[in-house]
Design a binder for this molecule. Structure first.
Ligand code: COA
Length: 261
């Protein structure tokens, strides 16, 4: 009875999320994402009752039929909607909140370097775009949107939109963010090297800074020369005037005895 309720809820979810959705019966019969989700319930039951072989076999049959591979141990929230449902992989230790939407080609996988908990945890209402890869034991905050074809390997805060490789935040709480990589905010770290555009921008900024430093060095050199010239001129003028003063004093001294005489 509870399962029928879940199915109804899932069909309503499809109607809400897919503008192309038709009647309930068509949805029931033609959405492999729903079939994969519904099959996940008995698979998980088998897994939890230590019938891991049958659970895996059943999940592989589901994959064969639907194109969606949800590991029997993965935790899936209510009203999960997997649209187009081709090539979707949800790993063993992945955990999804309620109302998540995944498109075709999404991988919620491991990086290959971790053991134990090695797949992502998605909050409620997370959308993962077509072809996006979310890798590792990371947390994708509630209400986050992962752009299609992004690769995300670090935590994403709530209500953020992430795009690109590596994933960078372009919107947070509805506000556009100029250029933010996942390691430019406290508590967030970037996964890999900056992208090409960023490297180019940095190169240009460094070139501009070098040119300015050269200009300033030239100006400093000119100023130094001017100061030295000024100092030299002052010294010469000083010497000449003291010479002049000296000769005048000599003349007066020479005249003095004559005057006295
Ligand atoms: C990311 C996404 C959710 C849009 O989120 P948003 O918060 O509304 O962001 P915006 O549309 O304002 O885009 C912000 C910037 O990211 C860029 N962008 C959007 N999606 C992108 C993507 N997948 N990859 C790279 N850049 C992307 C936009 O061009 C824009 O760039 P700009 O600032 O230079 O103008 C959406 O573009 C997306 O990828 N949805 C996935 C849907 C999907 O997979 N559908 C498949 C149906 S079959």
């Amino acid at each position: 009875m509870r399962f029928i309720g879940t199915m109804r809820e899932d069909i309503e979810t499809v109607k809400r999320n897919d503008p192309a959705a038709q009647g309930a019966l068509v949805i029931f019969l033609s959405y492999p994402g729903l079939h994969a989700k519904w099959m996940h319930a008995p698979e998980r039951w088998l897994w939890r009752h230590r019938l891991r072989g049958p659970a895996r076999i059943l999940s592989q049959i589901t994959r064969l039929v639907t194109g969606v591979e949800i590991h029997p141990a993965a935790k899936v929230g209510r009203r999960l909607f997997i649209d187009h449902a081709a090539g979707v992989v949800i790993g063993e230790t992945a955990s999804l909140g309620d109302d998540c939407v995944l498109y075709q080609g999404v991988t919620l996988g491991g990086t290959g370097r971790e053991s134990g908990k090695r797949h992502p945890t998605l909050g409620d209402g997370v959308m993962v775009g077509a072809g996006a890869k979310v890798l590792g034991s990371i947390r994708i905050g509630s209400g986050a949107k992962i752009g299609s074809n992004s690769v995300v390997v670090k935590d994403v805060p709530d209500n953020s939109t992430v795009i690109g490789i590596p994933g960078r935040i372009v919107r947070r709480n509805g506000r556009r963010i100029a250029r933010e990589t996942l390691d430019e905010r406290p508590g967030l770290m970037r996964a890999t090297a900056p992208d090409e555009e960023e490297v180019l921008w940095n190169r240009r900024a460094i070139a501009r800074a070098c040119k300015r430093i050269e200009q300033l060095e030239k100006e400093v050199a000119n100023l130094q020369e001017a100061v030295e010239r000024l100092a030299r001129t002052k010294t010469c003028t000083g010497a000449q005037s003291s010479e002049r003063r000296g000769s005048q004093t000599g003349a007066v001294a020479a005249d003095a005895p004559t005057a006295r005489a």
